[in-house]
Design a protein around this ligand. Sequence first.
Ligand code: ZN
Length: 261
Amino acid sequence: MSTASEIVAGLQALGVANGMNLVVQSSLSSLGHVEGGADVVIDALLEALGPTGTLVMPTFTFPPDPVFDPVATRSGTGLIPKTFRERSGVLRSLHPTHSVAAFGPQARHFVDGHPAATALGVDSPLHRLALAGGYVLLLGVQHTSDAMIHVGEAVARVPYLDLPYSDDFNVSIPIRLPDGGEIVVPPSENPGCSINFNVVEEPLRRRGEIRYGRIAEADSQLVRATDVIEAVGELIRENPAALLCDIDWCPFCPRARKLIN
Ligand SMILES: [Zn+2]
């Protein structure tokens, strides 16, 4: 069983530091038994970041609700983000499929403007975090769960950027605003398949850009977000299909390959 102080120590040993802007992608079960559950993990992250750091988590929703409501629409990215977004003072960006939750001095800056940007594209919350010098923490998950790689695809303008993942995503979804109004977000640049995303780890590791460690029982990685985006750009310039998977039943990659000359 792990305690809050052990998790804080693990985060600090990995390099999570005061004042960092950090997006965390996580699996609670990977940590083993944590006394106090998701709340204790969130408290530990906030303690490691301190009052000048900003914590961000994806609160994605697949398949999307008919209307996105930042309060009512569920987060489908696990128990840690679900618990985080329900906390008082945590902001949630307005996007029907790829919202994020954020807390800290940069939270407003990261979540603002999401409806005008694309899901994980240029000027989306995760792109803003990267431009602010932020880091990605993979807490018991691999790069297949690293949404920053999709930001890298958007920055690199991959040939399949405008291909919807599936028909579920190819719809304009209204967003309910806090003042009762609604806006509609068209389905542009919706992220594709992430099954093959572990290919990004090797170039990052080779350059010494990943810090590896264990948080409780979770094998974890810490990497600067702009390093992820640059590594994706290099892979794509070498081979535009580098991030696509080879699985026959994938609803996305076989169609994406047809868009590559
Ligand atoms: Zn695929």
